[in-house]
Write a protein that binds this ligand. Structure first.
Ligand code: GRF
Length: 197
């Protein structure tokens, strides 16, 4: 299975996904795409020997379809079986999500359906939740709304700040996403629930 990974920043999730696709894993990373040349993950992908590309969204400011048309051209040239959004921070239109329906995954730093959108950790703290976590889901037109494939939970601590919670959740993202990708690549759509101590 050919996997294309989309990133916007440091790409720590991308690194774990790439590192997981070895040996008898049915998938291999064929391309990492960033929506800006400044994305730190591009150098990390190159260090791991994965081809990279940049499709900058800024030249298409205010013209999302034009940005997505360029993105689709680069993605489809790599002929992916699976598309992984990993810290990808652009909202995608219904047309784009429909094109890759059933083969596009995303990781979101909350226990969906709670806290779709941004600032998930601050919102969990503000709500004085007892736990937080992350979710891997299939991407549909509904923002952060597709079928859930896996979740990992962490306890919230009284002294947590958004930064300390984000760090603890990110550790679980790095466990969860590779496990869910492998199951997905093997055709297993059953939900995986991880819980830490
Ligand atoms: C992190 O906030 C993570 O929770 C979310 O995307 C952001 C960057 O992740 N999934 P990465 O290091 O670029 O994978």
């Amino acid at each position: 299975k050919r996997v294309v990974i989309l990133i916007s920043g440091g790409g720590s999730n991308m690194v774990r996904l790439v590192e997981s696709m070895t040996g008898d894993h049915p998938a291999r990373p064929v391309l990492v795409i960033a929506n800006s040349a400044g994305a730190g993950g591009l150098a990390r992908a190159a260090d791991l020997g994965v081809p990279t590309a940049v499709v900058d969204h800024r030249p298409h400011k205010g013209d999302r379809p034009a940005f997505e048309a360029e993105l689709i051209r680069v993605i489809d040239a790599a002929a992916p079986d699976i598309l992984c959004l990993a810290g990808f921070m652009r909202v995608l239109t219904e047309g784009f999500t429909a094109r890759y329906a059933g083969r596009m995954l995303n990781i979101h730093p909350s226990l969906l359906p709670k806290y779709r959108g941004l600032d998930t950790h601050a919102r969990a703290i503000a709500a004085a939740d007892t736990e937080a976590g992350c979710t891997v889901h299939e991407v549909t037109a509904e923002l952060d709304g597709g079928p859930i494939l896996g979740q990992a939970r962490v306890p919230l601590r009284a002294d947590d700040t958004p930064a300390t919670l984000a760090a603890r959740v990110l550790e679980q993202e790095h466990r969860l996403y590779p496990m869910v990708l492998r199951r997905f690549a093997e055709g297993d759509r059953s939900r995986l629930d991880l819980t830490t101590a």
